[in-house]
Design a protein around this ligand. Structure first.
Ligand code: ANZ
Length: 961
């Protein structure tokens, strides 16, 4: 399709002419003209499907096939909140758009789409308050976001947009859940396999059952328990943060340091509750190891490594009269220095080891003055249940209570008192430790508080005293009749003692991870229902043909809440009220039966684990993504060594450095293991964009005042309504009342100005301040470009066919080469600076006579990625029919890139005194002559002959006098 946009543009501009209303020429580039240009190009791109990316097969297959040069660009998709976008949000979206546009112009096939992460709490809370269905709120918000994004001129393939709340989308989220549920991790093969293969191995006897009995001897329920115990999605009794006042389980981040809910300030209890879990820990090693294959920043990789927290150590058994206590330690070398032991308050052995009465003569500090151990332990446990995990880890004040029991140290037979203390967490290691005050500061603090002995087993460095010594040094006090570690360094001693323990069956080397399995259920309405029903024996997955399981309509969206102190209450999710939905009769292969649907929903992370796969093939009703399509866009690149495949560039905020990225990597790896995708990683390259920061102002009471109403007086003081205000600097946000919206910026200046401003304030990764008053600077640049190429009175182009002079050509080609590099490297600020330099040169050289077309055209093309609308308009005014979206991007001519002059610093007696600029091809003698003739140097020589002159070609001249 071709339109005469030149005429159309002229007509459009002429018809309104509002830019001329204040006496300015009718075709001056300003907000009104920008708006007309931008709307008309956005309409045209949509009508022509300019940014639609082809697929190798299916409905969108390219007629001539797809080329190998493809790029898949991805933004972390937004949650469509009720307050819309502010100027900070699109920073990354514009950044990826600029790259996508540049790559498309260089001939690459680019896929760029945008969807919505639309399940979540705000819409649900709004529903609780107002009765408005979360879907209604969500859809309104999505519409608003789409309008806001569209006006920015983002080159997205709109056909590929998805929202995680679309039934057709979450049907596949449920399907992926079932793949994970129906899989287990085979440690030997280091990969997930279908659960049916596990059952076959167990039944065939090639894999032993956990207790060694033959499979045939197990009852149906026992078999189910064995199989379910292997699944990658499973039900567990996990300690969670239960908040009866809110009626829901909270994530650690939602609990305050004093163990209350962030929202509502209700008490939160650590309770064991049945929850859906995902066995992400099975992938801990692969999630760490494959980081090496990713093009991500070291900062994010380190955060992921720390989160997974792999530590190598030993598991050691300590006997008591009733049971063995297993501990995990990273320092088995310090075993001879263990002087007491600690169990986490929730440790299942606590009850088993607590005796009837305290042993003779026990220290009062140990018993807390309580008459018997059982009461003391129970009281302590209740107090500990009220603390958050974070608080327990950070708590410097050590608390605890003696259990009354002793355990035997396997290396020397010493009897160690066993304590319960909340600085030991049930969720890590074995939930039990051997305490070594001499080498561990937490244990040192505890030992001091409870009057326990301290034995050093590593020789501290000279003069070290009064604290645990955690450094390396020779072992001391570490010998028994069979083994001596004395004199060994830490590493050697660890190795020796672990072997000794293993030989005696008292311990073995183990690897521990901080990473926990992923708590995957929520007591909420606005999330994906699980494709699971229950019978009396447990959960049952629904077959594929029963998907999607749609969210039922309910009248009340709030979970059942309780007395805030009712620690023993049970969560009752909103879905449990939809009784007709919950109680179903289904035929799952053994005749019609009654089942109960799972009433929890999935956490918000679920949809974001795989949305990038759905963009590839959003209308596929047979599969979540066609394998050929996945392979084309995400497949491994054989030309890169060890490439894991994945999205070519993923851009988003640092706040997702851990959870989202880990969860998505985990799902992707399961899908890879099961043969559902060909790539091993979801995001081959990751860039974290910086944040837009802004000033905020508070009045005398510390209340935020509207930042856009604050004025600065001549002395640089800030006032609002005449009263002085205090300025602070930080994030942009509603609560700080300093939000600037892209809508305002588009209305005042146009989208191109806004895009250019955002991109020129810094490289992608860097945070930068927002300054509304500087935005006009970007508009002036566009205005000057426009004026150089278009007659502001007639709207006609005024380029000439004259040959540009050599200086212009040299500058042009230097800019072309530089802009190529800058755009490819996401250094948009320097690309913009080069374009400004070129345009300034044109203004200076050609304002009167008109810019040569052979310079005007490449300038317009180079501007297109940053300011696409004005570039398209100029391109069409220059007489081109088609859009410039697919190029050509100008290519630098090498002959103009060689430097024509070289600058030499001149040293006199070793100090730089001056500089000269000489032709690049000047000979050594010519350089020397020019250096000696230079004013300052000549002055210093004052007629004398220099002793020596050294010319280092291209670098410097050294004069010795
Ligand atoms: C004895 C010892 C001596 C330890 C020493 C450290 C230094 P990372 O490196 O983080 O893995 N620990 C084990 N399980 C624990 C739990 N559930 N709650 C709190 N602390 C626990 O830390 C492992 C070390 O943290 C283990 O090694 C254990 O203390 C403690 F000089 O054992 B260590």
């Amino acid at each position: 399709m071709s339109t005469d946009t030149t005429a159309a543009a002229t007509e459009r501009a002429g018809a309104t002419g509002s830019d001329g209303a204040d006496g300015a020429p009718p075709f001056r580039y300003g907000a009104a003209l920008a708006a007309r240009i931008e709307n008309s190009w956005q309409d045209r791109w949509a009508a022509e499907g300019t940014f639609q990316a082809p697929n190798p097969t299916g409905e969108w297959a390219a007629p001539g096939g797809v080329g190998p040069d493809k790029t898949y660009l991805l933004d972390m998709f937004p949650y469509p909140s009720g307050s819309g976008l502010h100027v900070g949000h699109p920073l990354g979206f514009i950044g990826t758009d600029v790259l996508g546009r540049y790559l498309r112009m260089t001939g690459r096939t680019v896929l760029h789409a945008m969807g919505f992460d639309a399940f979540g709490l705000p819409a649900e809370q709004y529903a609780v308050q107002t009765g408005t269905h979360p879907r209604t709120t969500t859809e309104e918000n999505i519409k608003r976001y789409q309008a806001q994004l569209r006006q920015l001129g983002l080159a997205h393939d709109e056909r590929r947009s998805v929202a995680t709340t679309d039934v057709e989308f979450y049907r596949w989220t449920q399907w992926i859940f079932l793949q994970i549920y129906n899989a287990w991790y085979d440690e030997a093969q280091r990969k997930a396999r279908p659960i049916a293969e596990l059952e076959a191995e167990l039944a065939g006897g090639t894999r032993p059952t956990p207790d060694g009995r033959a499979w045939a001897e197990l009852t149906a329920a026992e078999r189910r328990a064995v199989v379910d115990g292997h699944r990658l999605a499973y039900i567990s009794e996990a300690p969670v943060n239960w908040c009866p006042g809110l009626g829901t389980v909270l994530a650690n981040e939602e609990v305050t340091a004093d163990g209350r809910s962030e929202r509502g300030n209700f008490p939160v209890f650590r309770r064991n509750l049945k929850q859906w879990m995902m066995r992400i820990t099975a992938y801990a090693d692969r999630l760490i190891d494959d980081l090496d294959r990713l093009d991500w920043s070291d900062a994010v990789k380190t955060m992921q490594r720390n989160w997974i927290g792999r530590s190598e150590g030993a598991q050691v058994r300590f006997a008591t009269t009733s049971a063995d206590i297993e501990v995990f330690t990273t320092r088995p070398d310090t075993l001879f220095g263990a002087t007491y032991m600690v169990l986490a308050p929730e440790h299942p052995l606590v009850d088993a080891i607590v005796p009837q009465a305290w042993p003779e003569g026990v220290d009062d500090r140990w018993t807390g003055g309580v008459s018997d151990p059982a009461t003391a332990v129970r009281t302590y446990r209740e107090a500990a249940a009220r603390k958050s995990e974070l608080d327990r880890q950070e708590n410097r004040e050590k608390t605890g209570v003696f259990t009354g029991a002793y355990a035997t140290n396997p290396v020397n037979g010493q009897q160690l008192p066993v304590f319960v203390a909340d600085y030991v967490l049930m969720g890590y290691g074995t939930g039990a430790i051997m305490a070594v005050p001499g080498q561990d500061q937490r244990d040192w603090d505890f030992a001091e508080a409870f009057g326990l002995p301290i034995v050093r087993t590593v020789q501290p460095s000279e003069g070290f005293d009064g604290a645990a010594f955690t450094g390396d040094g020779p072992a001391i006090n570490s010998a028994n009749a069979e083994i001596s570690l004395n004199g060994m360094g830490v590493a050697e001693a660890k190795h020796a003692i672990t072997e000794w323990l293993a030989a005696r069956g008292a311990g073995e080397a183990v690897v521990q991870y901080k990473l926990r399995d992923w708590l995957f259920s929520r007591q909420r309405y606005w999330g994906e229902p699980f494709p699971i029903v229950w019978d009396e024996d447990g959960p049952i997955p629904l077959p594929d043909d029963q998907l999607p399981v749609e969210l039922p309509e309910i009248g009340d969206y709030s979970p059942k809440t309780y007395d805030p102190d009712a620690a023993d209450s049970e969560p009752e999710p909103p879905l449990s009220r939809a009784s007709e939905w919950v109680e179903v009769e289904l035929d799952l292969g053994d005749g019609p039966k009654r089942y109960r649907r799972e009433t929890n929903t999935m956490p918000q992370w679920a949809g974001s684990c795989w949305y990038y796969l759905r963009y590839l093939d959003p209308r596929n009703h047979q599969r979540f993504v066609d394998p050929e399509v996945e392979k084309y866009w995400l497949g491994k690149d054989p030309s890169r060594p060890n490439d894991p495949g994945g999205v070519d560039l993923y851009v988003g905020g640092m706040e997702h450095a851990v959870l989202h990225l880990l969860y998505a990597r985990f799902w992707h790896k399961v899908l890879f293991d099961l043969g559902q995708v060909s790539s091993e990683e979801p995001f081959r390259r990751l860039v974290n964009q910086g944040y837009i920061q802004a000033f905020a102002y508070t009045d005398a009471r510390g209340t935020y005042v509207p930042a856009d109403e604050v004025v600065e007086d001549a002395e640089g003081r800030f006032t609002w309504n005449g009263q002085p205000v205090r300025r602070e600097y930080g994030k942009m946000g509603k609560s700080l009342r300093n939000v600037v919206t892209p809508d305002e910026m588009c209305a005042r200046y146009g989208a191109d100005t806004f895009r250019l401003y955002e991109m020129s304030t810094g490289p992608m990764e860097v945070s930068r301040p927002w300054s509304t008053r500087d935005v006009v600077g970007s508009q002036r640049f566009l205005q000057r470009v426009w004026r150089n190429l278009v007659d502001e009175q007639t709207g006609q182009v005024r380029v000439t066919d004259a040959e540009p002079d050599t200086e212009t050509l040299r500058l042009l080609h230097r800019v072309i080469a530089g802009v190529h590099d800058d755009l490819a490297a996401l250094h948009y600020n320097t690309a913009a600076a080069k374009l400004i330099e070129l345009n300034n040169h044109l203004t200076k050289t050609y304002a009167a006579v008109g810019v040569p077309r052979s310079v005007a055209e490449p300038l317009v093309l180079m501007m297109a990625p940053l300011t696409p609308h004005i570039a398209e308009e100029l391109w069409s005014l220059l007489g081109h029919e088609g859009s410039l979206a697919h190029g050509p991007f100008p290519v630098a001519d090498e002959q103009y890139l060689v430097a024509e002059t070289v600058e030499y610093p001149i040293q006199v007696n070793g100090k730089v005194r001056s500089r000269i600029t000489v032709p690049a091809d000047a000979s050594g003698e010519q350089v020397q002559a020019a250096a000696l003739a230079e004013e300052k140097v000549a002055g210093m020589l004052d007629g004398r002959e220099p002793r020596k002159v050294i010319v280092v070609p291209g670098r410097l001249v050294n004069v010795v006098v």
